[in-house]
Design a protein around this ligand. Structure first.
Ligand code: SAM
Length: 337
């Protein structure tokens, strides 16, 4: 079975190392920037579950997974590609919502139209497909179809786009919104939240909009639009200064610009403050220069192991809005508040 795994183009080396470690019996090959080809004896379902980390760590740097039931030459005639798309469409049970992602330079209209004719335009759903057809022009032309729930993301290449809102305070907001969606986080509508490294206040704004009472900790100032919010307290201090006096919180978030190991240690010191059933979200900043991919992966392992020593469940992924960082979601264990 052939599959394509999409990642950030900067993280190809990291994804390849992770895949080699997880699937030593598989052949890996560069297919395009940010796209790794996997050849495996395993069924796609098994491969997808391993990579997405059901019940285990998974591949942190994978953004999307797609099977390729047909592998054609990169310059295959359009008629051959359309025949493969038709074959994929025939695997979609009647009435199922479906979508197609076409990765190619130039117009993809012919391919999309052919899929709509074969699978039914009315059942096409860009936001909630049950089946996902993927056509990728890379070192070859790959065509496949799978249950969307196995693909890690229903956005082309895992590139989740958000509409820009007037009220948005910082680009960082997209990271928290994407994390909530990707990890299926249902943040509480009441209770308290702690935002470490809050300035200028994008994550704080989202938590306030959720209805939470927010303590925002950052030596830097918050955006003027937040200043008089009745459910917000801004503590002008570092996280390390604040934590010894802190209370219990339903949600703890941390987007501090700080080395990954230091930031993970801060989150370990916060574990006892997270209420039962509570959720913590953090970004782990990875070194951009001077460290090999192996070194970055070792650092990632050390940080995730450290977090796992303090929290009941730790999940991590590099999401589309992460730049040289990972998003980590933690759930409170019995040792937490
Ligand atoms: C990327 S910004 C956070 C953006 C924020 N999440 C938002 O949505 O607007 C990183 C912040 O971490 C803060 N920071 C760095 N070290 C810190 C520390 N030790 N304690 C608290 N905040 C820290 C910086 O002052 C900076 O405002």
């Amino acid at each position: 079975m052939t599959a394509l795994i999409a990642c950030s183009p900067e993280s190809e080396g990291l994804l390849t190392l992770e895949l080699r470690r997880m699937l030593p019996d598989c052949a890996l090959k560069w297919a395009a920037d940010g796209l790794v080809r996997v050849e495996s004896e395993r069924a796609f379902e098994e491969l997808a579950r391993l990579i997405s980390g059901e019940g285990a760590r998974g591949c942190v740097f994978a953004r999307q997974i797609a099977p390729a039931q047909a592998v054609l030459p990169a310059d295959a005639p359009l008629a051959d590609v359309l025949a493969a798309v038709h074959a994929a469409c025939r695997q979609i049970p009647g009435g199922h919502r479906w979508n197609i992602h076409v990765r190619m330079a130039g117009s993809r209209g012919d391919i999309e139209t052919a899929a709509e004719e074969a699978a039914g335009a009315a059942a096409r759903s860009r936001s909630e497909p049950e089946k996902l057809i993927s056509v990728a022009y890379a070192d070859a032309c790959y065509v496949g179809v799978a249950d969307a729930s196995l693909c890690l993301s229903t956005w082309p290449g895992g590139e989740r786009r958000f509409r820009k809102e007037e009220a948005r305070i910082s680009r960082s907001e997209f990271k928290l919104l994407e994390a909530m969606e990707a990890f299926g986080l249902a943040l509480p509508r009441t209770g308290t939240a702690l935002d470490l490294g809050a300035a200028p206040g994008g994550w704080t704004r989202i938590l306030l909009e959720h209805g939470l009472q927010v303590t925002a900790v950052d030596p830097a100032g918050l955006d003027a639009r937040l200043r008089d919010h009745p459910r917000l307290r801004h503590v002008r201090a570092t996280a390390e200064q604040f934590i010894p006096d802190a209370a219990a919180y339903a949600v703890i978030v941390n987007d501090m610009r700080m080395s990954a190991e230091r930031s993970a240690a801060v989150m370990v010191s916060c574990a006892g403050m997270l209420q039962e059933g509570g959720t913590a979200v953090m970004t782990l900043k990875l070194p951009e220069r001077g460290v090999t991919s192996r070194g970055v992966l070792d650092l990632t392992d050390r940080c995730l192991n450290l977090l796992a020593s303090a929290y009941a469940r730790v999940r991590a992924r590099q999401l589309f809005h992460n730049r040289s960082e990972l998003t980590v979601v933690m759930e409170a264990g019995s040792q937490c508040a």
